[in-house]
Design a protein around this ligand. Structure first.
Ligand code: C2E
Ligand code: MG
Ligand code: MG
Ligand code: MG
Length: 281
């Protein structure tokens, strides 16, 4: 009797599983197809320097406009690309596109590109970065790579060597989403990061949740004492901005300044914040 019940419940779940598996297979097929056709786009969100009182760079954020589903979040398709081993070619495409486009911006502006753990520790990373810089003519000092704590946990040994090779190219490296992963504070000291990006979950709770101001203050202090720039992500309100300014945060980024925009709107964003004299030539 138990057997037939089990079979019954199995049969009940089967179609649903099938549907999910099929949706997933379709997405995989579409992702391969999108990569082959290069039907992705890179959007850019300004990063604002509080010290200089101007935009100092942009973060490149991948966008996939799916023919049927419309825009799909990178948070959804990046993990699939990682599993399928497509993240290396996809990441290479983003990097080259971002360097190409940033090479046309005023010289002081940097571009920050997100790099997933798989891509960061792949043997080809350094060559891919060097090749992107060479082909596009973007100076290494204008490129920044953003990695998350998962990279350190997965492969701390390789990470140090890679960070040093990137430094030799003049490329900076930022620790993204700081405070959300499992790495300890001592990790920060052992790896030569140039920047800490304070995760938006902390910024969201600023001025709202007890204790958050203290965490943000501590991270900014930590960054300062390690000689790292601190950037706050997800700044949406004037109150958050005022608080971050008061704590001595170096840079801010968020909808308060601008949403990520297509490359065609980058010039207007620069013009709006940095003035006419600093617009794209
Ligand atoms: P991230 O690198 O931490 O990027 C910041 C995310 O916060 C972006 O989401 C951005 O649109 C969003 N954001 C910016 N300002 C605000 C704000 O004021 N409020 C709120 N609520 N959100 C804000 P997006 O573009 O959906 O990207 C999500 C994540 O996907 C990124 O998080 C990054 O981890 C990953 N990702 C995006 N592009 C790439 C890529 O080219 N390569 C890789 N490996 N990962 C990427
Ligand atoms: Mg990022
Ligand atoms: Mg982040
Ligand atoms: Mg400062």
């Amino acid at each position: 009797r138990g057997k037939s019940e089990a079979r019954g419940s199995f049969r009940f779940f089967e179609p649903e599983m099938d549907a999910r598996l099929q949706a997933r297979r379709l997405l995989e097929r579409d992702l391969r197809d999108a990569l082959a056709r290069e039907s992705f786009e890179v959007y850019y969100q300004p990063i604002y320097s509080l010290d200089a009182d101007r935009i100092c760079g942009f973060e490149a954020l991948l966008r996939w406009n799916h023919p049927v589903r419309g825009f799909i979040s990178p948070a959804e398709f990046i993990p699939i690309a990682e599993e399928l081993g497509l993240i290396v070619p996809l990441g290479e495409w983003v990097l080259r596109r971002a360097c190409e486009e940033a090479a046309r911006w005023p010289d002081g502006l940097k571009v920050a590109v997100n790099v997933s753990a798989v891509q960061f520790t792949s043997a080809s990373l350094i060559n891919i970065v060097r090749e992107a810089l060479r082909r596009t003519g973007l100076p290494g000092r204008r490129l920044e790579l953003e990695i998350t704590e998962s990279v350190l946990v997965a492969n701390p040994g390789a990470t140090t060597a890679i960070l040093h090779s990137l430094k030799a190219l003049g490329v900076r490296v930022a620790m993204d989403d700081f405070g959300t992963g499992y790495s300890s504070l001592s990790y920060l000291r052992s790896f030569p990061f140039d920047k800490i990006k304070i995760d938006q979950s902390f910024v969201r709770d600023l001025c709202i949740k007890d204790g958050t101001d203290f965490i943000v203050r501590a991270v900014i202090g930590l960054g300062a004492s390690l000689g790292m720039t601190t950037t706050a992500e997800g700044v949406e309100t004037e109150a958050q901005l005022a608080q971050l300014r008061a704590e001595g945060c170096d840079e801010v980024q968020g909808f308060l300044f601008s949403r990520p925009v297509p490359v065609s709107e980058v010039a207007a964003v620069i013009h709006r914040w940095n003035g006419a004299s600093r617009a794209i030539a």
